[in-house]
Design a protein around this ligand. Structure first.
Ligand code: ZN
Length: 134
């Protein structure tokens, strides 16, 4: 398992991206992607080798990211680990006594299949597992 990405909740990708691009010098992917199911816009910033930062901007105040910002302000939202097989990885976690957010994986950014584990179980860090498309 390796770190896939770090999700950061922001009010505005347009306002936040300068810190990462001009400041830290990270390269962003050309397109901002909308993940309609999560009501969020995603900008990926490449973090070699093989990881990235995701800036997450809510498209609705009732989205998970919108509520997070409302409650806690912008900031680090989750860590994501890459897995080869999301179904097998989730099943293994369930067998170990950890409950995923959803019974079945959802579609995430970039065609990935993802599921989450609540911060209550992971000592304060919302944790995502992600399987990249083949
Ligand atoms: Zn994520």
């Amino acid at each position: 398992m390796k770190l896939d990405h770090i999700g950061i909740a922001v009010k505005s990708i347009a306002e936040a991206r300068g810190f990462y691009e001009q400041g830290l010098g990270l390269k962003s992917e050309p397109e901002i992607e909308e993940v309609a199911g999560e009501k969020v816009l995603v900008l990926k910033l490449v973090l070699p080798p093989g990881s990235h930062i995701e800036l997450l901007e809510p498209t609705s105040p009732d989205s998970a990211i919108g509520k997070f910002i409302e409650k806690r302000g912008p900031g680090m939202h989750h860590l994501c680990y890459a897995v080869d097989d999301i179904d097998a990885a989730t099943k293994r976690m369930i067998q170990e006594g950890f409950e995923p957010l959803w019974p079945e994986p959802h579609d995430g950014a970039g065609g990935c299949r993802v599921n989450f584990f609540h911060p209550k179980q992971s000592h304060g860090v919302l944790t995502e597992l992600s399987q990249r498309p083949n």
